[in-house]
Unconditional design. Sequence first.
Length: 71
Amino acid sequence: MELSAFSAGGLTQPKTLKLQGKVGGKVVLILVDSGASHNFISKKLVEELKLGMEDTFPYQVSLGDGHKKKT
């Protein structure tokens, strides 16, 4: 799985777009990155909105700057 450096840093570049939206009535910042392979949401926001979560097996995420993060 890969995230671009712009996704990881929250920056906007030609392949990214920052939007403000609402999820469950809460205003949130949404980063759309056409170069990313997956979508992410903070655990804090999931808990605040009382959204469901599913356990997954740990996996490694490759960031655009070359660093690797384990989930």
